[in-house]
Design a protein around this ligand. Structure first.
Ligand SMILES: Nc1ncnc2c1ncn2[C@@H]1O[C@H](COP(=O)(O)OP(=O)(O)O)[C@@H](O)[C@H]1O
Ligand SMILES: [Mg+2]
Length: 248
């Protein structure tokens, strides 16, 4: 059996006496796309922030590529990248300049080649000289994805990557992600509020509700287990159960 790319064991995050992530355990296998699903406030972003070493877990363990994140932070994070709709980039720089800044921060070599590669991959040629402030939301999303691809990661965390894209570009992005995992064995943890997209993209799905992992499996298996028509219905059901007032 191949060892997992990521192994999360009983991961917990408390803010004061509020538990945002509660003893969550899961694995991602090489080349796997794992969907992370859950209503607002379920703990998805907090989980991803712990996986990125940005938020310190209250307890539990995170192992990536066989290394413990808490003791091998740099070695792990070099092979990981992240993209979110909510990322901020220097607004006065052009797309190309932003990519160069990121490449330098990561100490990458062969920067011109890598920048050309991601620009081509994400079809960004017509706006590579554009100032970031003037990008449309779809262009901005492609830039944040380009930033993530630039470092050629083995493991990618995507927090709602297609949230602001028109259907045509969202389709291209999904094809690209699937192609990357096929050609380079990239593993991806993926969140989205689009259930059809989740079903299409994910090899397996984990479902968080109020910080707890309440379901895990293929979309098909989860739908069957909850006795619903589709993933959308499972989601609505769990979201309604969670819609008690949450502490702020
Ligand atoms: N820094 C923080 N301090 C206090 N509570 C937080 C903090 N970050 C997140 N939370 C709370 O943790 C819960 C989970 O949030 P989050 O991980 O952003 O959920 P999701 O991404 O699934 O919508 C929410 O109730 C949120 O208010
Ligand atoms: Mg979130």
């Amino acid at each position: 059996m191949t060892s997992p790319v990521l192994k999360v064991s009983q991961l917990t995050k408390r803010f004061g006496n509020f538990t945002a992530v509660d003893e969550v355990s899961f694995e991602i296998r090489p080349g796997e796309i794992l969907g992370l699903l859950g209503p607002n406030g379920a703990g998805k972003t907090t989980t991803i922030q712990m996986l990125l070493g940005v938020v310190t877990p209250t307890s539990g363990a995170i192992e990536a590529f066989g290394l413990d994140l808490s003791t091998h932070r740099e070695a792990v994070l070099q092979q990981v990248n992240f993209s979110s709709t909510y990322i901020a980039m220097p607004q006065a720089l052009t797309v190309e300049e932003n990519l160069w800044v990121v490449a330098r921060l990561y100490g990458l070599r062969d920067i011109a080649r890598r920048v050309d590669d991601v620009v081509k991959k994400l079809e960004m040629d017509e706006f590579r000289q554009k100032v970031t402030r003037k990008l449309s939301s779809g262009q901005m999303t492609r830039l944040t994805l380009a930033k993530a691809f630039l470092t050629e990661p083995r493991l990618l965390f995507l927090d709602e990557p297609t949230a602001s894209l028109d259907p045509d570009i969202a389709y291209k992005i999904r094809s690209l992600l699937k192609e990357e995992r096929r050609s380079s064995g990239l593993s991806i943890l993926y969140t989205s509020h689009n259930m059809r997209e989740m079903e299409e993209m994910s090899d397996r799905i984990i479902f968080l509700q109020r910080g707890r992992l309440v379901a895990e499996g293929t979309a098909q298996a989860i739908v069957a287990r909850f006795g619903k028509a589709d993933l959308e219905e499972v989601f609505l059901n769990l979201a309604r159960e969670s819609s008690v007032p949450l502490p702020s």
